[in-house]
Design a binder for this molecule. Structure first.
Ligand code: SF4
Length: 317
């Protein structure tokens, strides 16, 4: 089968999300962060395409403005926030990029390479350079708001795939440096892979591709279970996922009487907690000012633990 890193990654993270995306082909709504990432990549590619001619910074900002789609963002404020990030990223990229001094071999390079006997691995690489002292360098531009750690980089499977693809596409590439360039921070982190790392990656990817191929034939629901993970809050298929039922409850007019009561009860419970959180600092302040640890009222007694500083209530009968 033909498979990309994104598909493999989504399957490993959650088989149900993979099925909804790649097998059922349910179109996901356009998300601001994905649209933004792809637009900034376009701006970077525009500058790389014109290398060795220097594209002025204003020209790149203008390119972003001209391609900006306001309707993707929920409101003006969010759109402006992303625009500010975009301008920072473009400025960082522009300041670090020295046209003509780089040895760009290819940009936006699509690949389809064999993986084992049965599969084809597909993808594309933002940029590949051949450094003057010999090695190739793969550069993947990132628009994330956080930088990865060096440890993440060393374990990053996508970079292992890029290493493998570069060696297949350029057989003279003996040495490959793998870099992530974080545009928001103007910072680049690099890593390398050895033959043993690549062998492990191939075996691992082949095993997953075998499994996907097998279960995709029958498309049995039970073969694609939901697997909750840290990205669930941003999942495009949350409204179809049994794990997220509580987050996507039926609308108020679709609820039965029992459910309505339960919802009111839980909302009341949440509001009460909020109220307690608002009141507690004021009670602590009073205890501190008066140098007391206990307060008596006609409804009950509030005591502050000297150790944990937790407040407890004892009701007066
Ligand atoms: S919400 Fe989480 S568990 Fe559910 S489909 Fe999405 S990724 Fe999977």
């Amino acid at each position: 089968m033909r498979i990309s890193f994104s598909a493999l990654d989504q399957f490993e993270r959650c088989p149900l999300a993979y099925k909804l995306n790649y097998i059922d082909r349910i179109k996901a709504p356009e998300r601001p962060e994905l649209y933004f990432g792809s637009l900034i990549h376009k701006v970077v590619q525009e500058a790389l395409r014109r290398d060795p001619i220097t594209v002025p910074l204003d020209g790149l900002n203008q390119f972003m403005e001209e391609n900006w789609r306001e309707e993707v963002f929920p409101d003006k404020e969010t759109s402006e926030k992303y625009k500010r990030w975009g301008k920072t990223m473009i400025r960082n990229f522009h300041a670090a990029h020295k046209p003509g001094l780089t040895n760009i071999v290819s940009t936006e390079k699509r690949f389809q390479i064999p993986l084992g006997k049965k599969h084809q691995l597909t993808g594309f690489i933002d940029r590949i350079d051949k450094l003057p002292y010999g090695p190739y360098e793969v550069i993947d531009y990132k628009t994330s708001t956080k930088m990865s750690s060096q440890d993440d980089l060393n374990r990053n499977k996508q970079l292992s795939i890029y290493h493998y693809a570069t060696k297949k596409l350029w057989p003279d590439a003996k040495d490959v440096r793998l870099s992530l360039y974080f545009l928001k921070f103007g910072n680049k982190l690099s890593t390398k892979r050895d033959d043993a790392d690549i062998e492990i990656m191939i075996k691992d990817v082949e095993k997953t591709a075998d499994k996907i191929e097998k279960i995709s034939r029958t498309k049995k629901e039970s073969d694609f279970p939901p697997k909750p993970n840290y990205l669930c809050d941003w999942c495009d298929y949350g409204d179809r996922c049994p794990m997220m039922k509580a987050k996507f409850p039926p609308k108020a007019d679709q609820l039965g009487a029992g459910s309505k009561q339960a919802r009111e009860l839980i909302e009341e419970y949440i509001k009460s907690h909020q109220k307690i959180r608002d009141l507690e600092p004021r009670i602590h302040e009073h205890f501190d000012n008066e140098e007391i640890e206990r307060f008596f009222t006609k409804y009950g007694i509030v005591t502050r633990s000297p150790k944990t500083k937790k407040l407890t209530i004892r009701k007066v009968d």
